[in-house]
Design a protein around this ligand. Structure first.
Ligand SMILES: [Zn+2]
Ligand SMILES: [Zn+2]
Length: 265
C-alpha cells in the first residue's frame, strides 16, 4: 500500500514527529509514504500560520530517507492551500523548490475560512458549495504546479445540503480541465473519521472522474497522528477497482508511476 497524504510537526496543525509516523507506517506494512506538509499563504485565521521551513524540511526528509532506507520509501510532498488570488505566489515559491508530490487543496474560499465556518456565514449551503467549486475551477484553469487535487469535496465536511444538488456540472468542468493536463485527484480517507461515510471525494464524484477519462489517482489518510497512517486505504483501493480504476499512482520528482490496483486486492 501507499499512503500519499500525511502531516508531521512541520505542519502548523500537527505535533507528531516524522519518526513516529514512519514507524507506524512500517508496522502496517506500507511500502511508500509521502509527507505532504501544509503551506497555506494568507490563511484567513489569525491564530494559526501555515508556513513551512523549506530548508529544514528538505534536510529532515533526506535524513529520514537515509535512516529508514530498505524499510520504507519516503517522498517529499507538500499540500498547498490555493485561492484564486494566491496562485502567482505559489508559482514563485514552487519555481525554486523541488518536491516529489504536490497536493493542490482549497482550505478557504472567498478569502474566508472553511474550517472555522466563516465562509458559511450569510450564505446558504448551496451557494457556499457553488462558490467553493467555482473558485476551485478558477484555480485549475489558471494554475498547473501540482500533481493532484486534494479532498475535492472538502466543503461537505463542514456543511450539509438541504437539497440533493450534486454540483456534477461544475465538477465535470474541473475534471475536463485537469485531465488533459495530466493532473489527478486523491481520495482522502479522513472523510470516514469526519462522519462522511466515505473518503473525499465521495463515490459519485469518483465515478464522474472515471467517466471523464480520469486515471491519475492517489490515496492518502491525511494522518495528523501516527496511528491514523494507512487508515481505510485498502477498502478505498477496493472501491476504486469496483468503479473501474486500474492503477494507483505514486510520484517521484513530480513524475507519476502507475501500480496495477488488482495487486493490492
Ligand atoms: Zn487539506
Ligand atoms: Zn492534509
Amino acid at each position: 500500500m501507499f499512503d500519499y497524504h500525511m502531516h508531521s510537526d512541520f505542519s502548523a496543525d500537527c505535533d507528531t514527529s516524522m519518526e513516529k509516523t514512519i514507524e507506524s507506517a512500517i508496522e502496517k506494512g506500507i511500502a511508500e509514504i509521502s509527507f505532504t506538509e501544509h503551506i497555506d499563504y494568507d490563511y484567513p485565521d489569525p491564530t494559526i500560520v501555515f508556513d513551512l521551513d523549506l530548508e529544514k524540511y528538505d534536510r529532515k526528509i533526506k535524513e529520514m530517507q537515509e535512516k529508514y532506507r530498505g524499510k520504507i520509501s519516503i517522498k517529499k510532498g507538500v499540500e498547498i492551500g490555493v485561492q484564486p488570488y494566491l496562485l502567482e505566489r505559489y508559482e514563485h515559491m514552487l519555481e525554486k523548490e523541488t518536491f516529489d508530490f504536490i497536493i493542490c487543496s482549497m482550505h478557504a474560499a472567498d478569502r474566508k475560512n472553511l474550517h472555522r465556518g466563516d465562509f458559511f456565514h450569510n450564505r446558504t449551503a448551496e451557494a457556499a458549495y457553488e462558490l467553493y467549486y467555482e473558485e476551485f475551477l478558477y484555480c485549475v484553469r489558471n494554475f498547473d504546479d501540482y500533481s493532484i487535487l486534494g479532498h475535492l469535496d472538502l466543503v461537505k465536511r463542514y456543511k450539509s445540503l438541504n437539497s440533493d444538488a450534486d454540483f456534477h456540472d461544475i465538477i465535470r468542468e474541473i475534471f475536463k480541465t485537469i485531465i488533459p493536463k495530466e493532473k489527478g485527484i486523491e481520495v482522502n480517507t479522513s472523510g470516514f473519521a469526519y462522519g462522511l461515510g466515505s473518503g473525499m471525494p465521495s463515490a459519485d464524484i469518483l465515478k464522474l472522474y472515471r467517466e471523464c477519462g480520469g486515471e491519475i489517482i492517489t490515496v492518502g489518510s491525511d494522518a495528523h497522528e501516527a496511528s491514523h497512517v494507512g487508515r481505510h486505504i485498502r477498502e478505498t483501493y477496493e472501491l476504486l477497482a469496483s468503479i473501474g480504476f486500474k492503477y494507483i499512482a505514486t510520484f517521484d520528482k513530480l513524475e507519476p508511476s502507475f501500480h496495477p490496483i488488482d495487486r493490492f486486492l
